[in-house]
Design a protein around this ligand. Structure first.
Ligand SMILES: Cc1ncc(COP(=O)(O)O)c(C=O)c1O
Length: 489
């Protein structure tokens, strides 16, 4: 079993018996009363400082260390070459306020990226501005609101239909854009209940926000019918494309009849996801909805690239400047590197890995409450089996025990419609040996927990920080997570 070093790492200040006084330099224009002439820093030999920081780095887990199948987050390995490209000196020196004639290169990259995203989604135009998936959703919901306003139906069309398995950001974005959220139940297979949909649509329907594949990792079978039902009552169709890494080169939201699509470039292409960013959530629109896209759009007039702001029906600016450029450039590099065929293969591999891992799980311990017999897409959701639940073993226990084996836990307790949920997304970048090893570990933990539930209750045993009290950890008084506070938690 992999054992992570368990360092009880002191602060540098505590490691050092004496301090060195160093002179600081003066910053012009900095308020005098905030300046310090001298600074005391710990006096330690270089190796001790280096080891200190390396030990600290070992207290963390990252995808460069091991499998990280956090469902819904796509924590895949990201090619380092994308980081190298974005660190290019010329790109780093571009300033958002410099004259457009002097930064044609980056504008060309953004223009081409927009056209790739339009091609990939089967839509008509894209705005690269939103800074995250949720931000793209919010922009999309505002576009729907703008279109409804133009029809003069703001007062009546105020309901956004969202399936109960949706990512929590969907209802939040719809509510922030001023809509009343109508929750749509899933059927026994975990898909949209079409009969229930027919029961809630009507003159108040602003639209539907659909995640495909959904958060159970299942492809919505009745998409064409769902889109038709909503459009027949005059509503708009929104496609949450955060999970597009399951479908690249296979199907396109625009072809399925969706009006608006957002993408999570940080999940589908390059840039590690998680930890709050940075991300990019471009929003793409089909014909008829383009004019509402947030500005600026990137245009080309045959001789030069430019930022287009003059769009009277646009929802306007949704953030400063033109988008999260480093994430956009990494996605551009990734798309160019893989090409159409490579992107399709990446999706096929994501789906294959997910189905392979699912097939290796011991179904006595990991049950599938929804769509057990349906093929999985890039992720799947299992529930901790009844035989384990009877012994009081929870999804949290399994997740904590995984950390002792040198791999990361999957997402737990999401989607909310699954009891004791483990949401597993191996991603396209794990090879078969890693997938097999992860399944072996999950099965071993389940078996050990079945034999000895007390063992799993205390896990993890080998990480630097053990089990924290999650209620206390998020209490405002302990939220100040300094190194010292962790011990108290
Ligand atoms: C299906 C789905 N929608 C929306 C989001 C929100 O994206 P972000 O975290 O970039 O705001 C995610 C994030 O993982 C997601 O998986």
């Amino acid at each position: 079993m992999f054992r992570q070093a368990r360092w009880n790492e002191p602060l540098l200040k505590e490691l050092s018996e004496e301090e060195s006084e160093i002179e600081t330099f003066k910053l012009r224009g900095f308020p005098e009363n905030m300046m310090r002439d001298k600074l005391n820093i710990p006096n330690l030999p270089e190796p001790r400082v280096v080891r200190h920081f390396i030990r600290l780095s070992q207290m963390n887990f990252g995808v460069d260390l091991g499998t990280y199948p956090l469902g819904s987050c796509t924590m895949k390995y990201n090619p380092k070459v994308c980081e190298r490209i974005v660190l290019n000196q010329k790109l780093r020196m571009v300033h958002p306020l410099q004259p457009q004639e002097t930064c044609q290169g980056i504008l060309q990259i953004l223009y081409e990226l927009s056209s790739y995203l339009v091609e990939i989604t089967g839509t008509s135009r894209a705005s690269l501005v939103p800074a995250a998936g949720a931000h793209g959703e919010f922009a999309g919901a505002l576009m729907i609101r703008a279109a409804i306003k133009e029809r003069g139906e703001t007062k009546t069309r105020n309901e956004m239909i969202i399936p109960d398995s949706a990512h929590g950001t969907n209802p939040a974005s719809a509510a922030m854009a001023g809509f009343k959220v109508v929750k749509l139940p899933s059927n026994k297979d975990g898909l949209v209940d079409v009969e229930a949909l027919k029961g809630v649509v009507g003159k108040n329907t602003a639209g539907i926000m659909l995640t495909v594949p959904n958060t159970l990792g299942l492809f919505e079978k009745n998409i064409v019918e769902i889109v038709k039902i909503v459009k027949e009552v005059g509503g708009y169709t929104y496609y949450d494309g955060a999970n597009l890494n399951a479908l690249l080169g296979k199907v396109r939201p625009g072809d399925m009849g969706f009006d608006i699509v957002h993408l999570n470039l940080h999940k589908t292409f390059a840039t590690p996801h998680g930890g709050g960013g940075p991300g990019a959530g471009p929003v793409c629109a089909s014909k008829g909805m383009e004019e509402y896209l947030p500005v600026p759009l990137i245009e080309y007039d045959g001789s030069r690239y430019f930022l287009e702001y003059d769009r009277p029906k646009s929802i306007g600016l949704v953030r400063g400047f033109y988008g999260n450029i480093s994430v956009l450039v990494k996605a551009y590099a990734y798309i160019r590197m893989l090409g159409a065929e490579g992107l399709r293969k990446a999706s096929e591999r994501a789906v294959l890995n997910s189905n392979y891992l699912f097939s290796l799980l011991d179904k006595r311990f990991y049950e599938t409450p929804y769509g057990a017999n349906l093929p999985k897409k890039h992720e799947f959701v299992v529930s901790v089996g009844k035989v384990l639940r009877e012994k009081d073993v929870t999804a949290r226990d399994i997740a904590k025990a995984l950390l002792d084996y040198g791999v990361h836990a999957p997402t737990t307790y999401f989607p909310l419609i699954v009891q004791e949920a483990l949401m597993i997304e191996p991603t396209e970048t794990e090879d078969f040996e890693e997938v097999e090893e992860y399944a072996r570990i999950l099965n071993e933990i389940a078996y050990r927990a079945y034999e000895n539930p007390e063992w799993v209750k205390e896990a993890p045993y080998n990480t630097s920080v053990g089990r924290v009290d999650e209620a206390k950890a998020s209490h405002p008084r302990t939220m100040c997570l300094s190194w010292r506070n962790l011990e108290k938690v």
